[in-house]
Design a protein around this ligand. Structure first.
Ligand SMILES: *Cc1c(COP(=O)(O)O)cnc(C)c1O
Length: 440
């Protein structure tokens, strides 16, 4: 098997090649065989890339900072097999709903390794989380503080919590995935004084055990400077809280948001670059304010899974509108990947069954759903595509299936995990019967 040399290869899983038949191969599996066996659309996850990536986070941060916990932000894509795999690699989990918590629990992971986030966790979700013995709850607002205190009082036990603080730093990413500025639905703003009130309130509540502070600036942050700025500000705030209110800062989280490369040209910083900036900023700020180093909690979501996943579609109808555009439609689209329609996310693609065909024209890759905005790739440089060709979109592991829907009553795709030439189905394709199972 030869390693592919086509330009987009760096965006594919590490275990990607072109085999002697000229087909794309991932984890030693020929993608045309996978498509024939499991159907399309199909999401292929490469096990080696998933494991390498988690190991990299643990190593790069762990070698630069004394005590580190890496949590997989499971909203990027959650599945029981994936949870077990990440747990084996030593990761904990960040969940944003009781549903995600239920999946982690069903996968058999001890819930002390789980942190619960979200700007409006329901009372029932919180009750379940406490009953199931969740490790930490990251409290977002005053209503949640009150709800948790009441639940803790009923149970007669104190819960470990962190407070999510909005540091007032603009991370320079798409507005829909920016969360660190003061105008945000997430967290207690530092700028308004709400953050200090929250610390005082939490410390006064007998059934809450405040052990740390958390922030999350947004997603797809190519710049590292916002982390340094925000850490500096938030550690300064923490030091004030230690002096004024006796806060015991055991844990500190700068969240996730590490960028991923989707298209040619703009490479994302290596994990080591983020690890260096974050640990330097922590050490400098803690030293400047006379604090001992708290445990560092890192929450990579997108950057843990995006590159490991490849979406495979079959080409169907082709519509050439002379002088306007050539539409090439595939058998999936916004129901399995809404990112291009939602925030103009960009993708590359290759023809998995004809990897040696040189690109000759620029086409628009359209989804099959009944929205004109259902366009997966606005301008793809490709060989002349034919019905039946297999189009593979790299970097499809994060926030695609996680945001998938049954729009147009479409069954969701199957998901396979590939390794050493073997493919394991980790989620079966939905059936038409599945679509009706809740109807009367
Ligand atoms: C979504 C989220 C993350 C992960 O963000 P990525 O950009 O996927 O790394 C981490 N922490 C919190 C609190 C989040 O909401």
């Amino acid at each position: 098997m030869t390693t592919a040399t086509f330009p987009t290869i760096g965006i594919f899983p590490s275990d990607t090649a072109v085999n002697p038949s000229g087909h794309l191969a991932i984890g030693g599996c020929d993608v045309t065989d996978l498509a024939a066996r499991f159907g399309t659309p199909l999401y292929v996850f490469d096990e080696a890339t998933l494991r390498t990536r988690s190991g990299e986070f643990i190593r790069e941060f762990g070698s630069r900072y004394p005590e580190v916990t890496v949590l997989y932000a499971s909203k990027a894509f959650i599945n029981k097999a994936l949870v077990r795999l990440f747990a084996e690699e030593g990761m904990g989990f960040d969940v944003v709903s009781a549903g995600e918590l239920a999946v982690v629990q069903a996968a058999g992971v001890p819930l002390e390794r789980v942190y619960f986030h979200g700007n409006n966790k329901g009372p029932e979700e919180l009750r379940l989380a406490l009953e199931w013995g969740i490790g930490r709850i990251v409290v977002d607002n005053f209503y949640e503080l009150a709800t948790l205190e009441a639940l803790g009082a009923q149970r007669g036990r104190a819960q470990d919590v962190l407070l999510r603080i909005t540091p007032g730093v603009d991370p320079h990413t798409h507005a829909y995935i920016s969360t660190g500025a003061t105008d945000s639905k997430f967290g207690f703003p530092l700028a308004t004084g709400a953050a200090e009130q929250a610390v005082q309130r939490a410390m006064a509540l007998p059934h809450l055990n405040l052990i740390g502070l958390h922030m999350h600036l947004g997603s797809q942050l190519f710049e590292t400077e916002p982390y340094a700025l925000a850490i500096d500000g938030l550690v300064g705030f923490a030091a004030q809280m230690v002096r004024r209110h006796g806060l015991d800062l055991q844990e500190f989280s700068p969240g996730g948001g590490f960028a991923v490369q989707y298209v040619e040209g703009r490479a994302a910083p290596a994990i080591g670059v983020y690890a260096q900036i974050i640990s330097d900023a922590m050490k400098q700020a803690c030293a400047a304010h006379g604090l001992s180093l708290p445990r560092l909690i890192i929450e990579p979501g997108r950057s843990s899974v995006a590159r490991a996943g490849v979406a495979v579609y079959t080409v169907g109808a082709i519509k050439d509108i002379p002088g306007v555009r050539k539409y090439v439609s595939v058998d999936g689209g916004m129901a399995d990947n809404i990112r291009p329609a939602l925030y103009e996310a960009k993708y590359e693609a290759v023809v998995a069954n004809r990897m040696d065909a040189p690109p000759t024209e620029t086409v628009t890759i359209a989804g099959k759903y009944c929205e004109s905005g259902d366009i997966l790739i606005a301008g793809l440089h490709a060989p002349e595509l034919r019905p039946g060709d297999l189009l593979a979109l790299p970097a499809s592991g994060a926030y695609c299936l996680a945001m998938s829907s049954n729009y147009n009553a479409s069954p969701r795709p199957a998901v396979v995990l590939v390794k050493d030439g073997a493919a394991r189905l980790i989620r079966r394709r939905e059936t038409y019967q599945d679509l009706m199972q809740w109807d009367e």
